[in-house]
Design a protein around this ligand. Structure first.
Ligand code: URA
Length: 232
């Protein structure tokens, strides 16, 4: 976020007032007077206005490109937590809108807005998630049809909701599901005698993983991305 916008958000100043106080040298970023209103600010910066530390207020919405080998919980004896990847304040307020397995990579949405998170995770909302999967065996022709009709997973009482399978090559597929059962994608392929060897989430609702983000990197969502969840 630009420094002038950040100032407006945190203080209630108008954009013109913010530009004026920045221009007059009333604002320091990381201990140094900053007169460029366009400079980009994120949570790791310490912004001080007339001696007062300013903090991001309001809910935060984040996308992370989850790396392999990180867990979507705060504590784990064997793996590092995705929360260790955030150099951000009040990490303890953040929640994950749909976890991934430790060996799954890709798009994880993180927020401190419980209602927003619920729109994604509630089983009633049928929020779609698209995964790229590499399989152990070539996918057979009938699998797309089976997934579109729903398959029975071990231990479940209901078949899976209709899901869309796109075959990219004999062992590479895109699968879009509209629910989030435990290990769902892996179990779906298990149900058709195949096995997932690589899994990567590309999309949740309308939100696509930003290709600019390397594994382990994150960014704030744009307003349009945030709104896409509320309006879906
Ligand atoms: N389905 C899985 O099997 N694993 C994930 O991490 C996400 C969906």
């Amino acid at each position: 976020m630009r420094l002038d916008k950040f100032l407006c958000t945190c203080t209630g100043l108008t954009r013109i007032q913010a530009k004026r106080v920045i221009g007059k040298g009333h604002v320091k970023v990381d201990g140094v007077v900053e007169k460029d209103q366009k400079v980009k600010i994120n949570d790791s910066h310490e912004v001080v206005y007339d001696g007062r530390r300013l903090r991001f207020s309001g809910p935060r919405y984040i996308m992370l490109n989850k790396p392999d080998g990180a867990v979507c919980t705060s504590l784990d004896d064997d793996y590092r937590s995705i929360f260790d990847l955030f150099d951000i304040e009040r990490v303890e307020d953040l929640m994950i809108a749909g976890r991934l397995d430790v060996d799954t990579t890709g798009l994880v949405l993180i927020t401190d807005d419980g209602k927003w998170s619920h729109q994604i995770t509630s089983p009633k909302k049928h929020c779609r998630k698209r995964y790229y999967a590499v399989l152990a065996e070539p996918v057979t022709d009938d699998v797309a049809q089976q997934f579109s009709e729903g398959v029975m997973l071990k231990g479940e009482k209901q078949p899976t909701l209709p899901a869309e399978l796109e075959i990219l090559s004999p062992k590479e597929v895109l699968l879009t599901i509209h629910e989030g059962k435990y290990h769902q994608v892996k179990r779906m392929f298990g149900a058709v005698n195949n096995r997932v060897v690589e899994l990567h989430r590309e999309q949740v609702g309308e939100i696509l993983l930003d290709e600019e983000l390397a594994p382990g990197e994150w960014r704030y969502l744009t307003q349009q991305e945030v709104d896409s969840v509320n309006h879906s």
